[in-house]
Ligand binder design. Structure first.
Ligand code: FAD
Ligand code: NAD
Length: 480
């Protein structure tokens, strides 16, 4: 039974490859099928995250941040640079190198765990039969499994007003591959991708205009954090327009003309390149013939229960293809949970503490509830905050913008939400996630000794501030 497996995983992004590794670790005969092809027509593992998402974007964010720091003499007083130059080709090569090291690493892990890795397009048929069309030969073969895990991920949403030509009008994947820094860059959507891409290219020298259809900036974030973020991005030069809806775009020799309605007024923008970043949708088209009866909702998401089981027996779905935040770490957590479930040792995922992170400078990171959500739910809380301008380490780093804000239940003091805007917020949030996993009270964080001088002291001080005991700011207690 060469082509029969305990588990077949469809998709090798952070949801699928993690599920495959955990299944193999648990002793299951595992295959993983993926159709991703790199720009040299080679099959590669890692899906969107490693090839066109998390990793290449963070590589460019890191390099561009370093470049912007070198350009800005006020960020390194006393250090004088002359003749600073940008070689975008070398930067893109370095990004590619980082990506291929990591995708190669997954290949090594697959081999070491005895996972059968197949480069092909998979289609799910009745009774867990999978037909795979080989990427290399286009030939079909049939495989079967006791369990199937669908982890086919997502792809960018298109909008009617914009026809993508993948040259001047691109999605996030194209935006990571520019060969020249655009002078004028337009971005549709001030979500996570719009802000991260806008930051990258603004730091490399583009004039960036972002058009956001909603009348509120970063509605998922805590209001205080979103307001600080907007002011900070605008100070950096990102021209962000809220309540701005694109009505038409026209490609011409010099770039793109974008027509949009801003707060009821017709406006026009000329750009060299336009990035469309208005969200992503699940990859379910063509995944299974209709007669199989896989339950898929109107948005294309696969319906799953609390164990990530679909309506088909022993068929699971995880990652971006199921409802929930489209985040790599959420998909990976689901991958492990499903592997454990198949192995007979199920555990529940705590969706309430999944951290959300925006890797701009300052970074934004949060977990748990926002103040607005607590108010809507009628939950009484106390809030404590601490600005990085009062942190010795932040001052020494010359990165003083932002703050930490902690929300705790009024009577029990249990931490209900932590919101950070500031340098290294992506790392700082891990302490908050752990605290919330253990249902810690603000007092628990306040009694925990933090190293000095560190940025994490801001979390400590914010926890102290919840109960009016912060040391390095004047306390005010917010009773709601
Ligand atoms: P994917 O990574 O999309 O992988 C699915 C794989 O399945 C792909 O290789 C796909 O080609 C393959 N596939 C699809 N259909 C089939 C089929 N029928 N047969 C075989 N193979 C198939 N998230 C974060 O947490 N942090 C970040 O910093 C971050 N940055 C991002 C930056 C950008 C620019 C983008 C676009 C996304 C970013 N994300 C980030 C989101 C993250 O990439 C996704 O949440 C994550 O990749 C989802 O993992 P997944 O395994 O569900 O799907
Ligand atoms: P998003 O949902 O974060 O933002 C899309 C934005 O586009 C929204 O603000 C929306 O109001 C706006 N929009 C929608 N239609 C519009 C229109 N016609 N005109 C103008 N604006 C419009 O989606 P995204 O930024 O495309 O990111 C997709 C997914 O990828 C997200 O779910 C995100 O979680 C994930 N991602 C995560 C990270 C990270 O974790 N750091 C980074 C990048 C992407």
């Amino acid at each position: 039974m060469e082509n029969h497996f305990d588990v077949i995983v469809i998709g090798a992004g952070p949801a699928g490859y993690v599920a495959a590794i955990r299944c193999a670790q648990l002793g299951m005969k595992t295959a993983c099928i993926d159709n991703w092809i790199d720009d040299e027509s080679r099959p590669v593992l890692g899906g969107t995250c490693l090839n066109a998402g998390c990793i290449p974007s963070k590589a460019l964010l890191e390099i561009s941040e370093y470049y912007a720091g070198l350009k800005d003499s006020s960020s390194h007083p006393g250090i004088i640079f002359k003749g600073l130059e940008l070689d975008l080709q070398q930067i893109q090569d370095e990004k590619k190198r980082i990506v291929s090291e990591l995708t190669g690493g997954i290949q090594i892990l697959f081999r070491a765990n005895g996972i059968t890795s197949i480069a092909g397009q998979a289609q799910l048929h009745p009774d867990r039969h999978v037909v795979v069309t080989s990427v290399a030969s286009n030939q079909k073969k049939e495989m079967t499994a006791n369990n199937i895990i669908i982890a086919t991920g997502s792809r960018p949403i298109d909008i009617e007003a914009v026809v993508m030509d993948h040259q001047h009008i691109v999605d996030s994947q194209g935006a990571l591959q520019f060969k020249e820094v655009p002078e004028q860059l337009g971005i549709i959507g001030a979500g996570v991708i719009g802000l991260e891409m806008g930051s990258i290219w603004q730091r490399f020298g583009s004039e960036v205009t972002i058009l956001e259809a909603q009348d509120r900036f970063l509605p998922a974030a805590d209001r205080d954090i979103a307001a600080l973020a907007l002011a900070e991005y605008q100070r950096q030069g990102l021209d962000i327009h809220i309540d701005a809806r694109v009505t038409k775009t026209r490609r011409h020799n010099n770039g793109v003309t974008v027509n949009y309605q801003e707060s009821g007024h017709s406006k026009q923008l000329e750009v060299d390149k336009l990035i469309v970043a208005v969200g992503r949708r699940p990859n379910t088209e063509g995944l299974t013939p209709e007669e199989v009866g896989l339950q898929i909702d109107e948005g294309g998401y696969i319906h799953v229960n609390e164990h990530l089981m679909t309506n088909l027996p022993e068929v699971y779905a995880i990652g971006d293809v199921v409802p929930g935040p489209m985040l790599a770490h959420k998909g990976s957590a689901e991958g492990v949970a499903v592997a454990e479930h198949i192995n007979g040792s199920p555990h529940q995922i705590n969706y309430d503490t999944i951290p959300a992170i925006i890797y701009t400078e300052p970074e934004i990171a949060w977990t748990g509830q926002t103040e607005e959500k607590l108010k809507q739910a009628g939950i009484k809380y106390r809030a404590g905050s601490f600005p990085f301008s009062a942190s010795g380490r932040a001052r020494a780093m010359r990165k003083t913008s932002g703050m930490v804000k902690i929300l705790a239940e009024e009577k029990t003091d249990e931490i209900l939400g932590v919101h950070i805007i500031g340098t290294n917020a992506s790392e700082l949030i891990a302490e908050a996630v752990l605290a919330m996993e253990y249902h810690a009270a603000a007092e628990d964080l306040a009694l925990t000794i933090h190293g000095h001088p560190t940025l994490s002291e801001a979390l400590h001080e914010a926890a102290l501030a919840v109960n009016g005991q912060a040391i390095h700011i004047v306390n005010k207690i917010l009773k709601k």
